[in-house]
Design a protein around this ligand. Sequence first.
Ligand SMILES: NC(=O)c1ccc[n+]([C@@H]2O[C@H](COP(=O)([O-])OP(=O)(O)OC[C@H]3O[C@@H](n4cnc5c(N)ncnc54)[C@H](O)[C@@H]3O)[C@@H](O)[C@H]2O)c1
Length: 357
Amino acid sequence: MNNYQGERVPKENLETFVEEIFLKAGLDEEQSKLIARHLVFANLRGVDSHGVSRVGIYTKRLDKNLLNKKFEPVIKRESPVSALIDAQNVSGIPVATYGMELAVEKAKKSGVGIVGINNSNHCGMMADYVKKAVDNDCIAIATTNAPSNMPPWGGKERFFGTNPFSYGVPAGEEANILFDMATSKVARGKILLAEKNKQEIPLGWALSPEGTPTTNASKAVDGVVLPVGEHKGYGIAFLVETLSALFTGAAFGPYIGDLYKELNHSQNVGQFFLVMRADLFQELETFKKRMDQIIREVREVPLMDGAKKIYLPGEMEMETAKEREENGIPLSLEVIDELVQVAQRYDVEPSLIQTYV
Ligand SMILES: NC(=O)c1ccc[n+]([C@@H]2O[C@H](COP(=O)([O-])OP(=O)(O)OC[C@H]3O[C@@H](n4cnc5c(N)ncnc54)[C@H](O)[C@@H]3O)[C@@H](O)[C@H]2O)c1
């Protein structure tokens, strides 16, 4: 019997704990650190669907040798402004981090950096990659394709993934813009988390396997998730698929290995990063001043009935990060339970994340 309760865990404890798990799962120190930092950063920003609730499935796939544990991606094609990386089936987070860093390096030298990655795996929360470019005074777009769970608008069977689209823009005195959305009505991770936490989902997020709207998270997991904004979300998902997979040579749509269900082969996901130095057209200071101006003016638009405030893209997550940095990261009992089980498998001490009653 576990006598602990789901409560707040300090960020540092969670990071140390997750890092140790990935080390024991066979990854080197650098990859383990990158994955731990990325997942905990997602939780810190309130993107719990892409945080430590992924430790279970990531380690399960490592245990089954479905990923290459040795970090050995290869640059297959290169120009001063671009690179195509064959990830060689390593973990998605470390190779996507490497890909974005390479795109930033190229943008700093040549103005623009475009990096495509094929033969990759699930890489988590796209905002993390975009932030790396923004922190280097660049504008960036990041996409990845994902296992098929969403129909094209008008269809009822899975074809596209929930294909996230993320962009970031540096500002001056104001906070940088960091937008990051699944092209489905919600990220499928939110439905998986609701299932794990035994919660219902709002109507309109997904269809059951029979094709009817459902609030049952398990039925939604077996069914399809719907595109955001109907044909418009489908249109953006198509672009994300094109950039991440058709352009890079990765598998597309139904040919991607499902992270959870297909535990007998690799995923072959693709990622795409476009980074542009923010001073390409104007002096950096001028650009940033204008970004500050638009941010302030947007914020001051009169509110519609019922609204309390206008948020800028990424602002909510920033507020959550500030609060969780101070008070710790809330984890549900279900997520803690799963982490404890993984810890036991690898003989990792779970007390770092347990809050005893
Ligand atoms: N790696 C993968 O395969 C994969 C697949 C799908 C999604 N994801 C990730 O899932 C995460 C969650 O996606 P989501 O679509 O559920 O995010 P979301 O709907 O919570 O937020 C989307 C964006 O809208 C902004 N936003 C939210 N409410 C706002 C408001 N009231 N005013 C202004 N802006 C607002 C947020 O800051 C965010 O940038 C993302 O980090 C994404 O990268 C990853």
